[in-house]
Ligand binder design. Structure first.
Ligand code: FAD
Length: 273
């Protein structure tokens, strides 16, 4: 798994706040460069349910370099193209084909993976390279250093390091502290739902069967992502952006969509994860 771990001429202590994809990836890269890294993640464990992840070439080439093609193939499928549908009429508007020549130019592939598989891969890499990963550790504040910065955990414990890295997601507390003010990101007005559905389930519906059985796409499981106007999504402005909040399809308002296009979210009465 991890390639050679270097001996850093100045070995530093890093604390990474947040053990998502970014937290584990940076922990691995820093350990490989010879530093000591401790990751603090508020969730209790790995393996929380999450949806499908599009892994574009800029990410897939790094993963391939880190774990090798064979390992990646165990959990990834190649995305050969993306069809676009009009949600009002259900008609296909276009098809973005990820042509091999274009992919070659990017140096990677467009892969589809489960978020939790990528998360687990990066966790394994980081641990093998020597990172200390602590689950169930919620950071409540970060204090700039004199002489060194420190983090305070919900338990009241404080931890010091040479460098603290904020990898605590889109509503980052660390970024707020660095900026000295609230982040000015404006909500886009859309809620994104992700989920997965088995090919067997899709085959029960004539409109979806062609995807489940086509040579190009035939796979056991399909990921779906829905971009929904906030006002019809059943979410409120207090809901936090997260991979792990499970939302019942019953709370989403499908009235404005054609019956054809709502088939996807409705099949199997799956929870949208
Ligand atoms: C529904 C959805 C679909 C997406 N789909 C894609 C996609 O297909 N492809 C893609 O490239 N990107 C996608 N993104 C963007 C994607 O989330 C990011 O690219 C990537 O997952 C961000 O990883 P991260 O580690 O920066 O943040 P996160 O995954 O948000 O991880 C942050 C971590 O920090 C932890 N944390 C937060 N605060 C604290 C604290 N105070 N103390 C301790 N721990 C804390 C959280 O528990 C979490 O584990 C999607 C995002 C969403 C929400």
């Amino acid at each position: 798994m991890p390639s050679t771990i270097k001996e850093a001429s100045l070995k530093l202590d890093f604390i990474v706040v947040g053990g998502g994809l970014a937290g584990f990836a940076v922990a691995y890269a820093l350990c490989k460069a010879g530093h000591r890294v401790r990751v603090l993640e508020k969730h209790p464990s790995l393996g929380m349910p999450a949806g499908g992840l599009r892994v574009p070439p800029n990410m897939s080439k790094i993963l391939k370099n880190w774990v090798g093609e064979e390992e990646l193939r165990k959990t990834a499928v190649r995305n050969v193209g993306t069809p676009w549908y009009d949600m009002d009429t259900g008609e296909q508007m276009g098809y973005a084909e990820w042509k091999p020549a274009v992919m070659e130019e990017t140096g990677g592939e467009f892969l589809m993976m489960k978020h939790e598989d990528v998360h687990r891969l990066l966790h394994t890499l980081a641990i093998a390279a020597g990172a200390k990963i602590q689950f169930g550790a919620t950071v409540t504040s970060v204090t700039p250093g004199d002489p060194k910065p420190l983090v305070t955990l919900a338990t009241g414990e404080t931890l010091m390091a040479d460098v603290i890295i904020g990898a605590d997601g889109s509503t980052s507390m660390v970024r707020r502290m660095v900026l000295g003010r609230e982040d000015d990101a404006e909500p886009g007005g859309f809620t994104v739902f992700g989920g997965s559905v088995s090919a067997d389930e899709m085959k029960k519906y004539p409109e979806l069967e062609k995807w489940a059985t086509s040579e190009e796409h035939a796979k056991k499981e399909f990921a779906l992502q829905l971009y929904w106007p906030d006002e019809d999504s059943g979410t409120t402005e207090n809901d936090k952006e997260s991979w792990h909040d499970v939302v019942s399809v019953d709370t989403v308002n499908f009235d404005s969509c054609s019956p054809k296009s709502v088939k996807f979210p409705l099949i199997g009465e799956c929870s949208l994860e």
